[in-house]
Design a binder for this molecule. Sequence first.
Ligand code: ZN
Length: 497
Amino acid sequence: MAIEKLVVYNTLTRKKEVFEPIHAPFVGMYVCGPTVYGEGHLGHARSAITFDIVFRYLQHLKYQVRYVRNITDVGHLEHDADDGEDKIAKKAKLDKVEPMEIVQRYTEYYHDALRKLNVLPPSIEPTASGHIPEQIRMVEEILSSGYAYENEGSVYFNVEKFTGDKHKYGHLSGRILEDLVSGTRNLDGQQSKKSSLDFALWKLASPEHIMKWDSPWGKGFPGWHLECSAMSTKYLGETFDIHGGGMDLMFPHHECEIAQSVAANKKEPAKYWLHNNMITINGQKMGKSLGNFITLNELFAGKHSLLEQAYSPMTVRFFILQAQYRSTLDFSNDGLKAAYKAYRKIMNGLKMLNSLEYTEVVAEQDAALNTEIEKIISDCYKGMSDDFNTAIAIASLFNLIKKINVFYLKQKSTSVLSKETFESMKANYTALVYDVLGLVDEVAIDPEGLIKGLLELYKEAKENKQYDKVDQIRMYFKQQGLAIKDMKHGIDWAYEE
Ligand SMILES: [Zn+2]
């Protein structure tokens, strides 16, 4: 079956483009990871799952992908601007621990939540603090290109000079420079900056600042935007294929990344820019101050005033996949409950399919059904190849379940299909569910409950003197490494010794 050409929506050009890697079959992808100063929330899950799908589908199409997703552990200041405290240092002070303890703790939380959501780990996960020399080198390169200036131990990117030389700034996010000038805050307390448009490449550390390093400009720390430019260049080269991240990072973060790369490397960093949309909660933006900030652990445990129940990781994953990544997605209990049912339906489809066998008897082929099934499978891939539209792929899988059901209920014999169609249905459904959509079987069976039920049956069989049944149940227990204990005061079970 021929797979459609992959088309991706490129934020840079604002249109869908055929995906053509710079050095096929190799693909380089960089995605902005989290600043690890708090527990992962729904927004983190959407970004991680979006680019997990990109990573998985590219690999499914036999590309060799190097996926780099960073951990920001220094340099991300409050309000995403050039002033305020470092987010991690602030949390460390609050909790009275070392900043690196905060980093360790929340990196673990993040990894743990993503593992539960079956998000594949990236190929490389670099940290900002682990790449200080690379960042200093990049600042030096930008300084020598003339697009940065040093003042009182800090180094700033000179946006006006950059745009004055006909370089683009604002084209990714579609911002106009004049609007930016009037939109930025005044320079209170940041007198070392020439213009409010300029952004920090390196900041002088105040004496009480904890995370600081030696540099040619004195003790300081890197600006937030710089780490992604330095680390993507290091691991993927000066220009790579895909740069991803949440829409909220488009400006200023990604815009600054482009400017830094152009100034230092004389090249734009990425060919395709992909941005996932945000998650709203009951129509509202998510925010700590709004009280609608739901962490992933709260979601999995059902512990938040907005949650009617706990939602399993696969429910959350499926909920996110039911929308194309560029569309808005509104969280609601009803939406998640529906996602749970739909996810179970997809897994039941797989279970039914696995129970089917091809019957090789001479029977009349149902040509129309063969064609229909082939078309549904190709619709799944058409959806995936149209800018990773998981919503379409899932809808097509539901159509396929209707066909699978016909054979499962024995309304028709599988022999009405060609062997090729039958095998294609099995292989593609399985690959789409496990490899591409990254769903896993999530069986919430309580073993204690099952054992209790079996012991009830055992007791009943004994009372009715059904000794065959009694032996049979004993055997089931033995096979599981368990033993039934008949005692005067009742029946219990134990691990077989
Ligand atoms: Zn970044």
